[in-house]
Design a protein around this ligand. Structure first.
Ligand code: ZN
Length: 129
């Protein structure tokens, strides 16, 4: 795991900036220790217990934009499978500890208002629950 490790990639930065402009305050890349493992969401609202991940369309297999490299097909298939499985495990870990998980596709950030609305919707749900 190196190519899709935590770095300030474009979509994450764009979403964080938009959330910040709307007055939201959050932690970025906060390491959360949970029973069963540790996770590092892209954006964390600690008090509301909301974890936001911005998932790259290629690495995380967006249904609209996932593409299959033609060379080393088996290698890539295994790698993608691991990525998707780890995403689900991460969701399960967070969910089991009472966190809400929002996953936003890289391509959704192109319409950043839509992406912000998804996060705000989760915040409303968390505060009313
Ligand atoms: Zn996509």
């Amino acid at each position: 795991m190196s190519a899709n490790r935590r770095t300030d990639t474009g979509p994450e930065v764009i979403l964080r900036s938009a959330l910040h402009r709307r007055g939201h305050r959050f932690r970025k890349d906060l390491l959360i220790a949970l029973e069963g493992g540790r996770v590092r969401p892209d954006i964390v609202f600690s008090r509301a217990r909301i974890a936001v991940f911005v998932d790259g369309c290629f690495w995380h297999r967006c249904p609209e934009h996932a593409s299959d490299p033609k060379t080393n097909a088996a290698y890539w298939a295994a790698k993608f499978h691991r990525n998707v499985r780890r995403d689900r495990e991460t969701d399960d870990l967070l969910g089991a500890s009472g966190w809400s998980v929002i996953r936003i596709w890289e391509h959704e950030v192109a319409d950043v208002d839509h992406a912000v609305a998804r996060v705000e919707g989760a915040m409303r749900a968390a505060s009313s629950g």
